[in-house]
Design a protein around this ligand. Structure first.
Ligand SMILES: *Cc1c(COP(=O)(O)O)cnc(C)c1O
Length: 366
């Protein structure tokens, strides 16, 4: 007889994108920033003393929280440091979703498709998931909050800008959902550094008590290997989450690097601008080859190959054979598409050259 709980037994674990060992691979599959962290950040890591490593890290990460609060114009009590943004997602489910409910009674509400980790985390908590399909253009349906309320959801997760489409919802849409939804609305802003606006006004100017924002250092700040993220929201929400986290959930190196990243945001901002330039370039190049590319406010694009090209699954495999990794999702509404992380100009050119080689025979045989 297995020892684990039955929900864990049944669980289909989250599948992360591939992390190949060879550095020769062009990795356009997991939305990392193609540029390294800035000099100030590397210096901050290097200047952590042996004595600091010997001791436990600051348990509240107060140094980081103060800097984040200052940067965003909120109070340190409205900031929670986490071990990657993913830990905030898990904490939010632990704190806001009742376990052991039957299907269709409360739990987590999500839009479909979106980050596939959300329902996995809900299954671990043994809490039900209500899935609301996005519209054809990946926008949120007008009855999103009403449907989650009807299902009794106590927590909703929206990723904005959206993954995997790249679409950015206007602030007014999020505001209307937050006001109508009876539970906590977590707005996952993992990609917001590449977007023209964020949802901070919901907590800073409007003081909405049920909005929680997620930020990550993995995308905008080139620190996916470090594992650091944070949440922002009403001080009461943050205090509740704070009770459920590990005592030392973020380590001294990541606290130092994350703090320096925010203090020297100009370093990271240069990479955001470069990525956005490449986003425009790649979108044009793909469109010129018959791909349908959704407008993106992130560091990736979701592209549908033209009917004359090999199917998306086959393009994914052929690119991989040539050492270029992109992301393919074998699921409804996505299996005819490729999600392509923006790389450096050279990497993006290599992708286009490879696509040209792969599309040519198909075009010639018509
Ligand atoms: C990357 C990502 C996160 C957070 O990732 P961490 O590496 O844990 O900070 C959260 N949500 C989405 C949609 C993401 O893509």
């Amino acid at each position: 007889m297995p020892y684990e709980r039955s929900n864990i037994q049944k669980l289909a674990a989250y599948t992360p994108g591939e992390q190949p060992d060879q550095s020769s691979v062009i990795k356009l599959n997991t939305n990392e920033n193609p540029y390294p962290p800035g000099e100030a950040v590397m210096k901050a890591i290097a200047s952590v003393a042996a004595e600091q490593l010997r001791k436990y890290p600051p348990p509240l990460a107060m140094g980081f929280r103060k800097v984040a609060a200052q940067v965003h114009g909120i109070h340190p009590a409205q900031v929670l440091a986490t071990n990657g943004g993913d830990e905030l997602l898990r904490l939010a489910i632990t704190v806001f979703c009742e376990p052991g409910l039957g299907q269709g009674r409360g739990g987590l509400g999500v839009a479909e498709p979106s980050y596939s980790l959300y329902p996995v985390l809900a299954s671990i908590q043994d809490t039900p998931v209500t899935r609301v399909p996005l519209r054809e253009d990946f926008s949120l349906p007008a009855d999103f909050a009403a449907r989650l309320n009807a299902a009794g959801c106590t927590l909703a997760m929206i990723v904005n800008p959206h993954a995997p489409s790249g679409r950015l919802e206007p602030l007014e849409t999020l505001q209307a959902i937050a006001r109508e939804f009876k539970g906590v609305l977590l707005v996952d802003e993992a990609y917001v550094d590449f977007a023209p606006h964020d949802a901070l006004p919901l907590i800073r100017e409007q003081g909405l008590s049920n909005v929680l924002l997620l930020r990550s250092f993995s995308k905008g700040y080139s620190l996916a290997g470090l594992r650091f993220g944070y949440g922002m929201g009403h001080a009461d929400l943050i205090a509740a989450l704070d009770k459920a986290r590990d005592s030392y959930n973020t380590d001294i190196l990541s606290q130092a690097a994350a703090t320096a990243s925010l203090q020297h945001r100009d370093e990271a901002r240069k990479t955001w601008q470069a990525v956005i330039q490449q986003r425009n370039w790649l979108t044009k190049e793909l469109a010129g080859r018959g791909f349908v590319v959704l407008p993106s406010d992130t560091n990736f694009v979701l592209a549908t190959p033209p009917a004359s090209a090999p199917a998306a699954a086959s393009l994914y495999q052929s690119l991989k054979d040539r050492g270029i990794f992109v992301r393919y999702f074998d699921q409804d509404r996505l299996r005819d598409k490729l999600r392509i992380t923006l790389g450096t100009p050279d990497q993006n050119k290599a992708l286009i050259n490879a696509l040209d080689a792969l599309l040519r025979p198909a075009a010639a045989s018509r």
